[in-house]
Design a protein around this ligand. Structure first.
Ligand code: PHE
Length: 330
């Protein structure tokens, strides 16, 4: 029997061990053969032979079991070695994202007005005619509607052309005083170097008791805001027209590219237009049922700000999702 112990000790694979087990314990195995031989032995020896065989039987089965556990452990270790990941290995494939320049600019704008105690309100992008136009002193067939190339679903529903409807909704849902901004995406049928069919606005509205809100208040906060965004620039207010404000103004900053001496970006004027604003028209307050109030409003295009701040020439490049462009704004 001795050689079987040696075989077990020498074996290196679980599958070979199994062959040895069958060679010992199988129907045609060595133990079966030895027990068969025992029958021919003289009777007085049988007990001793049986005892010896039984002790081999249990010793061998213990040895096989222990060897099997050992081999399985080795095989597991070998498999783990083969599959091991070196987590300290340097990888060139990981990429971290960053804020889109438009969102980053929007955040800066919102941060400024939040610090000035303006609440942030949002509203639906699919709007009805009343909130987007009618309540803003833009009745049907008013020629000023042409200023906003509108995407219509049908006569009454449209993609909002500005975030002013959010201000209407806010006024309808709450009482004055109001101090709010409405950031968000807006839509117009327009596509060229400086216009995309979707862009972002931040509009602001302040409403208080009649006589308490003046153009001087509006001028102060917008000047401060523009200095916050563009640094040390000159700011000028130019008379303009919006249906929802009266009087209205457009706001320019001195060109940040040529510092006012005239270049391609400012069309040789030395000025860049960045904002629309004005004193809220009485008809707007009538539409929302506000009495004895006064207010100012303003609106700006976030992409325009982002393009100026980051000196981006083609607005469309902001929406092409080209990683090479976006990576420059990490
Ligand atoms: N709603 C205007 C627009 O989108 C911007 C604006 C808002 C102008 C408030 C004046 C006052 O064109």
């Amino acid at each position: 029997m001795k050689e079987w112990y040696e075989k077990i000790d020498a074996v290196e694979r679980v599958s070979d061990l199994e062959a040895i087990r069958i060679g010992i314990f199988g129907k045609k195995g060595v133990l079966a053969a030895e027990f068969a031989k025992m029958k021919e032995a003289p009777n007085e020896q049988k007990a001793a032979i049986a005892k010896a065989l039984n002790s081999h039987k249990s010793d061998l089965s213990v040895r096989i079991r222990e060897k099997k556990e050992l081999l399985q452990l080795h095989e597991l270790e070998a498999a783990m070695q083969a599959e091991a990941l070196d987590v300290t290995l340097y990888s060139t494939t990981s990429q971290s994202g960053s804020l889109h320049p438009v969102m980053e600019t929007m955040d800066r704008i919102v941060e400024y007005f939040s610090a000035m105690n303006f609440a942030v309100h949002t509203g639906p992008m699919i709007e009805d005619d009343f909130h987007n136009f009618e309540a803003l002193n833009l009745p049907k067939y008013h020629p000023a509607r042409d200023m906003q190339d509108t995407f219509y679903f049908h006569d009454e529903m449209l993609l909002r052309t500005h975030t002013s409807p959010v201000q209407i909704r806010t006024m309808l849902n709450s009482k004055p005083p109001i101090r709010m901004i409405a950031p968000g995406a807006v839509f117009r049928r327009d596509y060229d170097l400086t216009h995309t069919p979707m862009f972002h606005q931040v509009e602001g509205l302040l409403v208080d008791e009649a006589g308490r809100v003046s153009f001087a208040n509006l001028k102060f906060i917008l000047e401060d805001f523009l200095h916050h965004m563009f640094g040390d620039v000159a700011v000028r207010f130019r008379p303009s027209f919006f249906p929802f404000t009266e009087p209205s103004a457009e706001v320019d900053i001195s060109c940040i590219f040529c510092e006012g001496s005239g270049c391609r970006v400012c069309s040789k004027t030395g000025w860049l237009e960045v904002l629309g604003c004005g004193i809220v028209d009485a008809n707007v307050f009538d539409a929302v049922g506000y009495k004895d109030v006064s207010g100012y409003a303003f609106g700006l295009g976030v992409e325009r700000f982002a393009m100026l701040i980051h000196r981006i020439g083609d607005l469309r490049s902001l929406f092409e999702g080209d990683i090479r462009l976006l990576e420059q704004f990490r």
